[in-house]
Ligand binder design. Sequence first.
Ligand code: CMP
Length: 138
Amino acid sequence: MSQRTFTIVKPDSVEKGNFGKIMARLEGEGFKVLAIRKLQLSTRQAEGFYAVHKERPFFPDLVKYMTSGPVFVAALERADAVPHLRSVMGATDPAKADAGTIRKELGESIERNAIHGSDSPENAAIEINFFFPTSELF
Ligand code: CMP
């Protein structure tokens, strides 16, 4: 069944000119782009978006990194979008990601790991809603 997920093309990918490559891969995987925007996250936005991680030791660095440069945020749709995006992205740590995954090919470290993807359909809905009103999803 068709499902939605949410992605962030992270600052390392935008900086290195990997945005087009990542989107081509996602479209090639059958994801429809429902909405997309380029922006530089504010500290408040990054803290809000990653609120589930706020007690983790890496939280301050995560917020600092995610606000360090522009990103693309996008709402995506296809069958089994959440698990499929996670398998295409690969493990959080690029060093542990399977060959052929986006993080293995383009990520540098657990922090500069190229791309974010929602971890559940429930969080996908929350994350899409964080950036896009329903009227902007097509
Ligand atoms: P992301 O999918 O965006 O969700 C949370 C992010 O925290 C994760 O990708 C990583 O980039 C980042 N992060 C940094 N350090 C760690 C860590 N030790 N464990 C998990 N995530 C980390």
